[in-house]
Design a protein around this ligand. Structure first.
Ligand code: C2E
Ligand code: CA
Ligand code: CA
Length: 472
């Protein structure tokens, strides 16, 4: 619980700090309010953020324009916030967004507001550990819950750092800076999770004496850290790969697929969002990537030889991209499997290209070997639109948060057409991620440019056999 609570707190601070920085930046803009120039600026700023979904301009209690929405035809009155601080900051816990069917927290200060990514804490979701994330602006005494399921929309009176138990619920509260975290767990769940360790301690500790028992407990805890468990799972080849079809939207043809790694440890399914981050932090990612490549070649090698135009995309991390051995390790494996490198695409995130010079070189090397390179989750990372030209990749994968803006009247003013135009101007292929509704699919299918789509509507991730059935 302590580890989870600290991770949540760290994320919360990152989210709130980013909101703070951007609010100051936008309030300092000296461009004409909501002019085309300022809108372009807001969009560029939005592209540099990690946890913000939109940046808006407000004046005298009215909304005028935002990066995603464009300029409003009529300034619209702002809804009532959950709290207004003494300095006039407006905090909204869970506001339905005009541009999608999501709701998100919004923080406003001065003549600007920012929409926070409602998915910023999704990676930490675990039904056994409900949590709440509270925001306390510097001029407000009591934090207000804006993420998670605990304290959402309510102000907590004097929340401090403490932990304890109330009935069957064990809780931990932790605060730092502008952020507080409340984490709950059911006593039974904790006992169930701890049982194997406790049982061994009871046996060994009892036999060897108390102090040694404590040391063993620490050792076992350490051994059972996620990184160690992951390393063992890799050794035992317990990770699986699923494939999600990528569809050519104009023709409905499945021309490629993305390989997505899966880890089930006993009864527990661990999200790749969590264990990939652990693998990256603990230096296991290189092994994991090669594992996925091997598994893909094992499961899909014959199929790829039979369908030489079919491609599988593999996700690689910044460490892989920067590893000078990676390209030759990959080449050797493909050669052994007899699969053409043109049939293996590589997805990298904008973040892994932050180290521009070496990234450009590594991309060049991999492309010269025949691989297609895609920028994943495009629009959510650090690089600006302009930077894309320098990277020299084959395509972008438009992040699902943008796909979700489709199907609302704001699409004509939204950022999506701009991204598409920009991609075309750079001769980049476009894969639209997270297509969930037919409205979204239709929008992209009827553009007068060729676009690929991926999402639950087109096909959920499934095993190799299921993918192959789609194609033959
Ligand atoms: P990603 O590369 O953006 O992968 C797409 C994610 O979106 C997948 O989540 C997929 O299941 C999900 N998704 C697909 N269609 C839809 C849809 O219509 N709606 C919504 N809401 N989601 C959809 P998943 O499998 O949980 O993977 C999460 C992330 O973990 C991936 O995001 C990727 O960044 C990382 N990952 C997965 N496999 C690997 C891998 O083998 N290596 C590395 N380095 N990272 C991986
Ligand atoms: Ca991907
Ligand atoms: Ca993606």
């Amino acid at each position: 619980m302590h580890a989870l609570s600290s991770q949540l707190l760290k994320r919360a601070e990152a989210v709130f700090n980013e909101a703070d920085v951007i609010l100051s930046k936008v309030n300092a803009s000296d461009m004409t309010f909501c002019s085309d120039k300022e809108l372009a600026y807001l969009r560029n700023v939005l592209f540099t953020t990690k946890y913000l979904k939109d940046i808006g301009r407000v004046k005298d209690g009215k909304f005028y324009c935002s990066a995603v929405f464009g300029a409003a035809e009529q300034p619209a009155p702002l809804a009532q916030p959950n709290i207004t601080t003494v300095n006039g900051a407006l905090i909204y816990a869970d506001t339905p967004l005009a541009i999608s069917n999501l709701s998100a927290p919004i923080i406003g200060r001065g003549n600007a507001n920012v929409v926070l990514d409602p998915a910023a804490f999704d990676a930490f979701n675990d039904p056994a550990y409900p949590f709440g994330i509270m925001f306390s602006p510097s001029d407000e005494q009591n934090p207000i819950g804006i993420f998670g399921s605990i304290h959402k929309g309510v102000q907590t009176n004097g929340l401090t750092e403490n932990a304890g138990r109330e009935g069957d619920i064990v809780y931990r509260n932790q605060c730092h800076g502008q952020a507080c975290v409340s984490l709950h767990a059911h006593v039974q769940d904790l006992e169930a999770a701890a049982f194997p360790i406790e049982a061994s301690i009871a046996l060994l500790g009892g036999a060897l004496g108390g102090a040694l028992g404590v040391i063993l407990l620490l050792l076992l805890r350490k051994r059972l850290s996620l990184g160690t468990r992951l390393s063992r799972a890799l050794d035992k080849r317990l990770l699986k790969v699923e494939y999600q079809p990528i569809i050519h939207l104009q023709t409905g043809e499945t021309r490629s697929a993305e390989a997505l790694v899966r880890w089930r440890d006993g009864k527990e399914v661990i999200s790749p969002d969590i264990f990939i981050a652990v693998a990256e932090k603990e230096g296991l990612i290189g092994r994991l990537t090669l594992y996925v490549i091997d598994r893909v070649l094992l499961e899909m090698g014959d199929f790829l030889k039979k369908y030489p135009d079919f491609r599988i995309n593999i996700n690689i991390s910044a460490d892989d991209l920067m590893d000078p051995r990676f390209s030759s390790l990959l080449a050797a494996r493909l050669k052994q499997a007899g699969v053409r490198s043109q049939q293996v695409g590589l997805e990298i995130t904008e973040r892994s290209t932050a180290n521009a010079g070496p990234a450009v070189q590594a991309i060049h090397q991999l492309r010269s070997q025949g691989h297609k390179i895609y920028i994943d989750d495009f629009g959510t990372g650090y690089s600006s639109l302009a930077y894309l030209g320098e990277l020299n990749v084959d395509g972008i994968k438009l992040d699902k948060s943008f796909t979700q803006t489709v199907g609302t009247r704001s699409i004509t003013v939204s950022i999506v057409p701009q991204i598409i135009d920009m991609a075309l101007a750079h001769n980049l292929a476009i894969v639209v991620e997270g297509i969930e509704t037919s409205q979204q699919q239709d929008y992209f299918a009827t553009l007068d440019t060729s676009v690929d789509g991926q999402g639950w509507l087109c096909g959920k991730p499934a095993d190799a056999a299921a993918l192959q059935k789609l194609v033959v």
